[in-house]
Ligand binder design. Structure first.
Ligand SMILES: Nc1ncnc2c1ncn2[C@@H]1O[C@H](COP(=O)(O)OP(=O)(O)OP(=O)(O)O)[C@@H](O)[C@H]1O
Length: 454
């Protein structure tokens, strides 16, 4: 195994930045059993970080070396935590197909792109901090699990990093636990993967199997990022038929989206009407108290004691994105551990310096100024009709930030840039798609967004 692991680490060394490689990959020990790459980390903190951030990289490197997909598990050596969650990332490159007993009622099983076990959910209801901005979404998600909810779909919408994936995974996690002894087939994938699977079925002239699998074999369908299907009529038609069939057989359907159904453009009106036929819920920006509780909750998960004044500073500074709040806390804890020092306000200020300071009531002009400075453009170029790649990317970034950091409606943003409302939605969707695929371009966009000093 040593030689195989060495080859895998050589690939990772080229892909990751040197700090990441030294901090997270070098301390790992590996063994390979029955196609499971078992990694041992020196402590739970490193294990959790690797699990959360690097499993996809490691799986891909292992695939290159081994020639076949393997499951990656990460545990800490001194104190193994059997209940620690494994890799259940948003299914950006892999679909989770969970079949509990009575496998698909005798229907053929699909082969997941990556082997994921039924307990590989990364998020649960227990990890979710509830407050005024998300209590309705939380209650609705629990209603889906208890099956005491209206038969229509649940539609969860929010801007980036506010907990959609967390909640939809919590539904999968809880539904699976709850129905362990019964027959239940649960499917979790992104809208983009739905489209890809459909294309593959079309190419293989095997649509009847695709239809059977999606329309007849599923008890709970969890479909992420439904807005990715805007403008894709063929997939929308198929999804509409799928939803109708699932609802007729009493299955539950949950969607996440960055936009409300009424905001979606180029989506069939019948499909929009289906989205609206159940329960629509929006997750808003968390208030200060909730952000502080999230920091405290995540600190307990990381088994560290973060002083109240530090928790308050982080909660005051990062206001619009829980993903960034979490990442900042993890960096702070890491720094304290590496330096073997106590977490202090000074250290927190230092770490916060690497993050965009945020202000939820920010003016659009400030966003335009920052985007222009970052992309080296003038405001006129930004608002121009140019389709040059760099200008389009800058414009989409401005749309995304305006949506996230201002109270402006999509129409207001469109007017400001002399564009239509659907162009703004298309621009935001295209940026999110790149980021969700974690392509080099997507990662670059993510980094740019994090570092923009708004
Ligand atoms: N209420 C919450 N309590 C605890 N953690 C949360 C909460 N909301 C979000 N998070 C955490 O914030 C991070 C980002 O959340 P998540 O991935 O669910 O966002 P999202 O809305 O799906 O974003 P995107 O649209 O970019 O995919 C996750 O690590 C998640 O666990």
């Amino acid at each position: 195994m040593n030689e195989t692991w060495q080859q895998i680490t050589q690939i990772l060394e080229k892909e990751l930045n040197p700090n990441q490689f030294t901090l997270w990959i070098k301390p790992l020990h590996a063994s390979l059993n029955n196609n499971v790459l078992e990694l041992a980390a020196p402590n739970e903190f490193v294990a959790a970080w690797v699990r959360d951030k690097l499993t996809t990289h490691i799986s891909q490197a292992a695939l290159q070396v081994l020639g076949s997909p393997s499951t990656v598990t990460v545990r800490s050596t001194p104190k193994p935590t059997p209940s620690a969650p494994e890799t259940a990332t948003k299914p950006s490159s892999a679909e989770s197909t969970v079949t509990v007993k009575a496998k698909h009622l005798g229907l053929p099983l699909t082969t997941p792109l990556q082997s994921t076990q039924c307990c590989n959910w990364r998020h649960s209801f227990d990890d979710f901090v509830v407050g005024p901005s998300n209590d309705l979404a939380y209650a609705a998600a629990q209603g889906v699990v208890r099956n005491d909810f209206s038969p229509g779909p649940l539609f969860i919408s929010s801007s980036a990093g506010l907990g959609k994936t967390h909640l939809i995974q919590a539904i999968g996690h809880a539904a699976q636990d709850r129905t362990r002894s019964k027959s239940l087939t649960l499917r979790y994938l992104t809208a983009e993967e739905f489209a890809t699977k459909m294309l593959m079925a079309l190419n293989a002239k095997d649509m009847s199997r695709f239809k059977t699998q999606f329309r007849e074999g599923i008890d709970i369908l969890l479909l992420e990022d439904i807005h990715f299907l805007q403008g894709k009529a063929m997939f929308q038609d198929e999804l509409l038929s799928t939803i109708k069939a699932l609802q007729e057989r009493g299955s539950r359907v949950v969607f996440t989206s960055s936009f409300l159904p009424k905001e979606l453009s180029n989506v069939d009106t019948h499909l929009v009407s289906r989205f609206c036929s159940g329960f629509l819920t929006v997750i808003d920006m968390p208030d200060f108290d909730m952000r502080r509780r999230i920091v405290q909750h995540k600190s307990r998960q990381l088994q560290v004691n973060v002083p109240d004044d530090v928790a308050e500073l982080l909660a005051e500074s990062i206001t619009c994105d829980i993903r960034q709040l979490e990442s900042c806390l993890q960096n702070l804890v890491l720094k304290a551990r590496l330096l073997n020092e106590r977490i202090s306000l000074d250290m927190a200020r230092d770490v916060l310096g690497n993050y965009a300071s945020q202000n939820s009531g920010m003016a659009l002009e400030r966003i335009v100024e920052m985007v222009c400075r970052t992309f080296i453009l003038s405001p006129t170029q930004l608002a121009s009709k140019s389709r040059k790649r760099n200008i389009v990317l800058a414009r989409n970034t401005a749309f995304f930030l305006a949506r996230k950091h201002t109270q402006l409606s999509l129409k207001d943003i469109a007017d400001r840039f002399n564009r239509t409302h659907s162009t703004v939605i298309k621009g935001i969707t295209s940026l999110e798609l790149e980021m969700s695929k974690k392509t080099p371009a997507g990662r670059q966009i993510q980094r740019t967004l994090e570092q923009m000093d708004l």
